[in-house]
Write a protein that binds this ligand. Structure first.
Ligand code: SIN
Length: 292
């Protein structure tokens, strides 16, 4: 690794962190992800517990809560503590609860949600600040269907100084049709959200910079020639996808809720359990317009 990359990791690893008093937080890696214990998400979190969960969320970006018994209303109530719930365009077209997106794979699936690296719905003008996926059913062999998460602060900080400076002059177009084309193999005849966001944004709560392009939604960088844009985006995606130091891997067990900060992470669902079932629901919380 080059010097900037090592310095970026060192800054995270050696940062001062206050201990937690009302919850237990067990990091999954030094740079992303933590298991949280001592919280019943179906009950009422005290204000102190909630403040510590929020701090853990900002420090670790991905929180794993195991052995939770959550009905739909519990799931949404926990989501609403962080803001207004998002209605996913797919769920908007379905019958039933618009605020919980069903995530389901079985022997009849042709593809699964989130199989490629992405952040959720960055085509929106105000993409979700976070998503909470609660899986009741995991593959009945006891393993498989893990989710990978990568730290996009670190992805930015690990680039060289000239590359970081160049990226800060650019924006990128995010197009809601891309996941349909990737999943179904064609562009349906309907309107999709298309929005432009800076390539480097600041996290609205911590102020830290984030590399904000993703294979799932970003179509191109309008300031560049198409071949330049394609090459630059491919280089950045390869950086994200081939650098294991950016990532953690969450192993699911039934009744686990994972809450990720969609503003500074990307994730990928691994479909290594066909033809078995994996199922649950996702609640997302509306965020702010990404800003440089
Ligand atoms: C998603 O992209 O929300 C799906 C993640 C998963 O199923 O692990």
């Amino acid at each position: 690794m080059h010097r900037e990359a090592l310095q970026a990791i060192e800054a995270i690893v050696t940062a001062d962190r206050e201990p937690y008093e009302t919850i237990q937080v067990r990091p999954l890696t030094p740079v992303i992800g933590a298991e949280v214990e001592g919280v019943d998400l179906a009950g009422d979190l005290s204000n102190r517990q909630f403040a510590e969960v929020r701090r853990a969320f900002l420090e670790h970006h991905v929180l794993v809560f195991r052995d939770q018994r959550l009905g739909a209303e519990d799931h949404k109530r926990f989501g609403r503590r962080f803001g207004r719930l998002h209605v996913h365009p797919l769920q908007a077209m379905r019958e039933g609860d618009k605020e919980r997106l069903e995530i389901k794979a079985s022997k009849d699936s042709k593809f699964v949600a989130g199989e490629g690296w992405h952040s959720d719905v960055t085509c929106d003008a105000e993409p979700p600040m976070g998503s909470m996926l609660y899986l009741e059913t995991t593959p009945n062999i006891g393993f498989g269907g893990d989710t990978l998460f990568a730290n996009m602060h670190l992805a930015y900080e690990m680039l060289s100084a000239p590359m970081r400076a160049f990226l800060e002059t650019l924006s990128a177009v995010h197009d809601g049709a891309i996941p349909w084309v990737q999943g179904y193999g064609y562009r349906p005849n309907q309107e999709f959200q298309v929005n432009e966001h800076p390539v480097v944004v600041r996290h609205p709560e911590t102020g830290r910079k984030v590399l904000y392009v993703n294979r799932g939604f970003t179509s191109h960088i309008p300031q560049l020639a198409r071949f330049e844009s394609a090459a630059l985006l491919e280089m950045l995606y390869r950086h994200i996808e081939t650098q294991p130091a950016l990532a953690c891997r969450v192993r699911w067990t039934p009744n686990t809720l994972v809450f990720w900060d969609n503003r500074c992470t990307q994730h990928q669902a691994i479909w290594d359990y066909y033809p078995l079932d994996r199922a649950g629901h996702r609640v997302s919380i509306v965020g702010e317009r990404p800003a440089a």
